[in-house]
Structure formats: structure tokens, C-alpha cells
Design a protein around this ligand. Structure first.
Ligand code: MG
Length: 158
């Protein structure tokens, strides 16, 4: 069996009064992501990790942020399309390891929902999807509450 590792990163600026969507789940927050799509940094980093593992071009190449077709798009659709691109080359997802760095709110209660949402799209069990959430200890843009950052590692197989 052939295994590959992929790594993805995404960050978004936060602004007052916008919806916050992470891992396909609406998070209760006074601030949300400024973005062309729904700003789901978890799914964007995940897409890039999957594409990287398959050595395919990055998320911005497949779904340009200046294309009106993707304005306000539900990022779950981008993830479905990404999984489809991998499937075309015979790849299936083996496991996913996500770290979300956000100063507030606490995401503990949202993790099971995110796992459930992502497992349905990735065709994985919840046990194959790790989601960690942490703050940046008040340091840098995340620590000041200006943005959210997400890193994701995946393995794929065929
Ligand atoms: Mg993004």
C-alpha cells in the first residue's frame, strides 16, 4: 500500500459581527472570519493538506478567491470537491490531525460536532479525526484576537 503525508495551514482575520464557522460547524462568537468563502479556516487548511499529500495544486488554484462562483461558498463543498479530486487518482483519506489556534471562544464543546461533520465528508470514523484547540497565550495576531490560525496533518493511502 502507498501512503503519503500532507500538511496544510490557513489563517483568517477576525472581525466583529461576522459568523464564525470552523470545521463545518457554526461557533457562537461575537467575531467571525473575513473571507471570500464562509471563512472556514479548518476546512481550508484540511483541503491544502489533502491536496499537498496527493501533490496536487493548492486550494487557491482549484478554488480562486477572486472567482464569483466561490463567493460566500460553504467550505464543506470545497472539501467534498477536494476529496473527489483525490479519489480520481485512487487516494482515500487515512487519518486527519487538526490543531486550531484561537484565543476565544473555547472550542471544547464544538469538537464532537466538527468530528461528525468532517467524518461524513471524508468517509472516516470520528476516531480517525483528531481535533485540538489551543490559545496562543496572548502572543501575536492570534493572541491579540485579530485572527485564527489552523494547521492540519493528514495521511492518505491507495
Ligand atoms: Mg482560508
Amino acid at each position: 500500500m502507498d501512503y503519503r503525508v500532507g500538511f496544510g495551514y490557513d489563517s483568517h482575520r477576525l472581525s466583529e459581527g461576522l459568523p464564525l464557522v470552523l470545521g463545518g460547524v457554526s461557533v457562537e462568537s461575537s467575531m467571525g472570519c473575513i473571507a471570500h468563502s464562509d471563512g472556514d479556516a479548518v476546512i481550508h487548511a484540511l483541503c491544502d493538506a489533502l491536496l499537498g499529500a496527493a501533490a496536487l495544486p493548492d486550494i487557491g488554484t482549484h478554488f480562486p478567491d477572486n472567482d464569483p462562483a466561490y463567493k460566500g461558498i460553504d467550505s464543506k463543498i470545497l472539501l467534498q470537491k477536494t476529496v473527489g479530486l483525490l479519489q480520481q487518482q485512487g487516494w482515500s483519506v487515512n487519518n486527519v490531525d487538526i490543531t486550531i489556534v484561537l484565543e476565544k471562544p473555547k472550542l471544547m464543546d464544538y469538537k464532537p460536532k466538527m468530528q461528525q461533520c468532517l467524518s461524513a465528508i471524508l468517509n472516516l470514523t470520528a476516531e480517525q479525526i483528531a481535533i485540538k484547540a489551543k490559545t496562543n497565550e496572548k502572543m501575536g495576531f492570534v493572541g491579540k484576537g485579530e485572527g485564527v490560525a489552523v494547521v492540519v496533518a493528514v495521511t492518505i493511502k491507495k
